[in-house]
Design a protein around this ligand. Sequence first.
Ligand SMILES: [Mn+2]
Length: 566
Amino acid sequence: MSLKSKGHWNVPKEIKNNDILGYILNSRNIEDSKSFLHPLLENIPDSRNLFDSKWAAELIIESVNKGKKIVIHGDFDSDGICATSLLWDFLYRELSDFLSKRVDVIPYIPNRIEQGYGLTEDSLEDVLELGGELLISVDCGVRDEKLIKKYQKKNLSVIITDHHQPPENISPKLSYPLVHQMFPTHEYPFPQICGTAVVFLLIQEIRRQVGMDYKITPDSKGLDLVALATVTDLMPLIDVNRIFVSFGLKQIASGSREGLRQLCLRAGINFKDINSYHLGYLIGPRINAAGRIGSPMDAVKLLVSNNEKTCNEISAELDDLNFQRQKLTQEIKQQAEDQIPEKKFKILFILGQDWHEGVIGLVAGKLLEEFHVPVIVATQNGSLVKGSARSIQGFNITEALSKFDKYLERFGGHELAAGFTAKLDSIDEFVREFVKYAEEEITDKMLLSKLNVDLVLESDKVNKKLIDDLSLLEPFGYGNPRPTICLRNLVVYRKTVMGKEENHLKLIVKGSGIDLLTLILFGAGEDKDEIEKDSIIDVVGYPDLNIWNGNESVQFNVKEWRFSEG
Ligand SMILES: [Mn+2]
């Protein structure tokens, strides 16, 4: 074994029948294959499944009727930005039109660096200063009962909508509506929906109560934003999310939202061909860049504006911010790399100075990708130390941090990602103790990178029909990855080095059957001399259609490769 067989391949047995889709769905534990392959909007459980949505809608309608000032308190990430935009657009435009009444509503998003995530004293003071009489939170607030009670006494009515894990001891009877898919127990049939989806369902409830059409149809406004938020918030693309994303992508492809249309153009995507990958890797980062190093309200403006010129200007600005964000991430990553020890390590805890807090999480993510160990990147800015952590399967980073809470001012997150503020005077001790703990807890097995293979096929099964069949499993993403296929014992017939930096390989190989197959090995630069004519290799990847000068041909994109063991 050699070449780029980085990790361990989890390879299933070769399948003998031709029901490839059935086999994949079965191995992914998808029971209802029919509704999986044919997502239908009518299968989205409606708003009445969300406890307190009725109460929240009543309170919103009452406030609108009384002409109260409503402030939507969002969050600076893509989910928070989409949820804020969706709710503001509905209240200010659709509901206002329907009731023929001006709705006094403004969006508000706290500043990531100065105020931090979620509801805080600081952000609630801002809401009062804005004259807010009713606060509606989106994508935050589920853990803030104490703080909310304090502000209710200051005559602020509050509605919380959120999707983050509720605290364990949450009271089922709160003094304000909490619209949340897991409150008070698991009321909504599918618990892993994003904050924008929660808002979408709340809007459905408001529509029902005022007598607007509330059935979800392909034209229902906001499915596009729910799709974007679902993908960028890493919600699993199964069940309800799969329906939202499938239909949301169609809405984006129709060009109905000017801001998204323009942002696609900037990102070099034909919006008519938009897919979930584009949302996650090209559109999402541009929206998030606003919250990381710019102003998230600009992203809100982009998503609610119908004005071509405004959208053009803001998407240019977001594009530029995204470029700066990449540059900044790269620079900080390079500085962080100077601290990587020579000896073997099971965790990286890197402490920098005056690094931009908006990108340290991205740096941690990149280092994790490279070294496949948990990574913490922290920075001392003035008297504060802020950190961001990314972890691997098996090492729950938030739980690990909680064991060291005496060193922390604030922390939160989930199994694979967390953020914290640490106490400056004990920071060195914290780093030392935490690394010691992690080195003990992390096993070699956790560090082994694994590549899950869905199918082992004969190479003559790689054809247009396979591509068409597999496309029925789209949209791909977190929770529903693109199926990976292993092809074995391929004999190299011809080799071409490709790419400006000569870092890709194109191989023509012979496997089973009489046809030759084209393989593309991205990033195979280091192996370009090792693989020769008549080498016999195994590969893992996926088939793709190559369109060149109007001609279609099937090729196989290879993620990992190794010499066959015979
Ligand atoms: Mn969220």
